[in-house]
Design a protein around this ligand. Structure first.
Ligand code: MV4
Length: 664
């Protein structure tokens, strides 16, 4: 077995590989770009080497630099992970030529799966079922048209050099074939430099079922069950599961044995995935073979109890497969959700930003989080914006789904947009629970997957006000001021009869509400509605009973911005400091900016006498002007900002020496 390996990747897969390698007593060398200098995988490794600037082409794709670091560090093998160089035949060859073990298949196996038509030719000889159609070398339009007629309509034209859904075109009937072929060839030529087409019968409701295969260098091959990856969006997998719901034992066996034949037909070694289209009538057809460890491999690990990276390391070290086929066992059901920094409400636009607040569900035998980030990390534009993979397991699919929904509700991220709420609604959707799975699932169930926010806006605002009040009490009581009434643990209430006005911004709207402490909690008035609220805070959890309805939310405040997490949703509001009225402030009060903004007018001078309610400074924030008023009569002290300057929420704007008699 190796004593030291290099992981030529980043993020969650790099962390995941290091975890297993360390468990096996193998030293790990990490490589990183300038943007990843403080990344989790670098911290986890035994040593780390800088590759270069952030862009992948200058870092994680620099095969020469990686080979050089292998030699420099004495790494005997390279784990490529997925993506980057994992299916790059040139890199696999370069490793072989430099006496470095590439933890993956031989370069020849990668090459043979690079072309759809070549792959199909190999599969045909290996007696692997193919979608009816044509994948020959003769690309004359007349021949293709004849083959199209033999195939029948609707059919799919697929670019031989295409992949991942690119270069596919549905042709409904013979009359439109000529034009469709011409344009598909033109597009393929432009996109892939190769106009060649293959023809396939078009399956209208296929599922994507893939088989995990493993082959060792001694000629053994096994399949480790299957995964259903039908829930995709624009050819990106969203939720994967194992085993495939409703797949019979005989179909599993037939598909698995076909997959092993496919792998052995190309002298495969290592972990591989053979993808099939699984049709509604139970038939299955070869789609493509991936010559790497897949993102979704953890669901296979959860139902088989095998560590697939450990298998990869052992096989790459020349050992035989850890299990024979009749020793492979499947237990229970597993799901994986890919947590991404993206905005589902804005066409899933990738999001960037800082993970200002990050709380993951408690991990145990049922819940696993594979992640490459920690709180405070930046999600940048340079790499895939995956934050983590959330994997769950239980005895049944139904129980596993319940764990997934709960775990997603416990996954709390503030600081950038994520798809957590979308994933939670998807896992919780009836059609998903009822196994109505096919590759059109997301398109079909938009209304279910993008519902209106669940949390009532008034409830959100009222809870936010309560949380701010509770926070204020905690801050005062922890201020160390022995005389502060906030520190008393008796039933003393903050000025229990005084109404305290609050100004909150939510979804671009300003809401003014009044909150009053009562003997049992708070009374909140919003517009004409009244809410009697009992509230208690424990760590970041706020538990409330609002007009008899109890619920708990988790809270994160960041520069005056409060995020309430509830059932995978985020209710975000910004607070304007309470409007000032007498008695709210200690003597010599300083007046702070209610939120980030700009000073647009300073209406007083140092030393000037002012009366309570006089406007001292005007700020602009959220496209609105806000007057900072004197809380009491007094003399203007230091003025800390000039007109036009930007200020952060909470910044001290102006000092006010209140007149003595007022402050007494
Ligand atoms: C198909 C198909 C229907 N009929 N082939 C999409 C990308 C590539 N993996 C192959 N794909 C498909 N091939 C025939 N003959 C439907 C798809 C397809 C798809 C397949 C698997 C998972 C998601 C998909 C999303 C759209 C289309």
């Amino acid at each position: 077995m190796f004593s030291k390996i290099l992981i030529a990747n980043r993020g969650e897969i790099a962390c995941r590989v290091i975890q297993t390698a360390h468990r096996l007593g193998i030293k790990c060398v990490a490589v990183y770009s300038e943007a990843d200098a403080n990344a989790r995988h670098v911290a986890m490794a035994d040593e780390a080497f800088l590759l270069g600037p952030a862009p992948s082409s200058e870092s994680y794709l620099r095969a020469d630099r990686i080979i050089e670091i292998c030699k420099q560090s004495g790494a005997q093998a390279v784990h490529p992970g997925y993506g980057f160089l994992s299916e790059n035949t040139g890199f696999a060859k370069a490793c072989e030529e430099n006496g470095i073990v590439f933890i993956g298949p031989p370069a020849s196996a990668i090459a043979s799966m690079g072309s759809k038509s070549a792959a199909k030719e190999i599969m045909s000889h290996a007696n692997v079922p193919l979608v009816p159609g044509y994948h020959g070398a003769d690309q004359s339009p007349a021949l293709l048209k004849k083959e199209a007629e033999n195939c029948g309509f609707p059919l799919l034209l697929k670019a031989v050099a295409g992949g991942g859904g690119k270069g596919m075109r549905v042709v409904e009937n013979l009359t439109e074939f000529d034009e469709a072929l011409e344009s598909a060839c033109r597009e393929a030529k432009n996109a892939f430099g190769n106009p060649d087409m293959l023809i396939e019968k078009y399956l209208t409701q296929p599922r994507h079922v893939e088989i995990q295969v493993f082959c060792d260098s001694l000629g053994n091959g096994v399949y480790l069950a299957e995964r259903d990856c039908s829930v995709q969006r624009r050819h990106q997998k969203v939720i994967e599961e194992a085993p495939a719901p409703g797949l019979s034992e005989e179909t599993r066996r037939a598909m698995g044995e076909a997959a092993v034949r496919a792998a052995q037909a190309i002298d495969y070694v290592g972990a591989g995935t053979v993808e099939f289209l699984y049709d509604v009538d139970g038939s299955f057809y070869f789609m493509e073979m991936n010559t790497r460890l897949q993102v979704e491999h953890p669901v296979t690990e959860m139902i088989t109890g095998q560590d697939l990276v450990e298998w990869q390391l052992k096989i790459a070290a020349g050992q035989e497969l850890p299990l024979a086929q009749d020793q492979v066992r499947i237990t229970g059901h597993s799901l994986e959700a890919r947590i991404y920094a993206e905005d589902p409400d804005n066409d899933f636009l990738p999001a960037t930003g800082t993970l200002r607040y990050l709380r993951t569900p408690q991990e145990n035998t049922h819940v696993r989080v594979d992640t490459g980030v920690t709180e405070g990390d930046e999600v940048s534009v340079y790499y895939d914006p995956m934050i983590a993979k959330l994997i769950v397991w239980d005895d049944s699919r139904e129980a596993a789904i319940s764990r997934m929904v709960k775990a997603l509700e416990e996954y709390r991220i503030a600081g950038l947009k994520t798809n957590v709420r979308f994933l939670r609604n998807l896992a919780n959707a009836q059609p998903f629970k009822q196994q109505q799975l096919d590759t059109g699932f997301i398109d079909k169930h938009q209304a279910l997957l993008f519902p209106q926010p669940h949390l009532d806006v008034h409830y959100g605002l009222a809870m936010a006000a309560c949380y701010f009040m509770e926070q204020q009490k905690r801050q005062h009581s922890s201020s160390g001021d022995p005389h502060s009434p906030f520190g008393r643990h008796n039933s003393w209430r903050l000025n229990s009869t005084r109404v305290r006005p609050f100004k909150l911004e939510h979804d671009g709207e300003i809401c003014e509400l009044n909150i009053t402490e009562t003997t049992t909690g708070y009374d909140v008035a919003i517009d004409d509605a009244r809410y009697d609220i009992r509230a208690s805070v424990c760590d970041d959890a706020l538990s409330v009973v609002i007009n008899g309805h109890s619920l708990t939310v988790h809270c994160h405040i960041d520069e005056g911005r409060l995020t309430l997490f509830h059932e995978g949703e985020q209710f975000i509001c910004n607070r304007f400091s309470e409007s000032f009225d007498a008695g709210d402030h200690d003597a010599d009060a300083s007046l702070c900016a209610p939120m980030n903004g700009a000073v647009v007018a300073v209406l007083v001078e140092k030393g000037q006498q002012v009366s309570a309610g006089d406007t001292l400074v005007v700020m602009e924030a959220m496209k609105m002007e806000h007057s900072i008023k004197a809380p009491a009569d007094g003399t203007v002290g230091e003025i800390f900002f000039k007109e036009g300057e930007l200020v952060s929420e909470g910044a001290e704007l102006i000092a006010l020496e209140q007149n003595d008699e007022e402050a007494a």
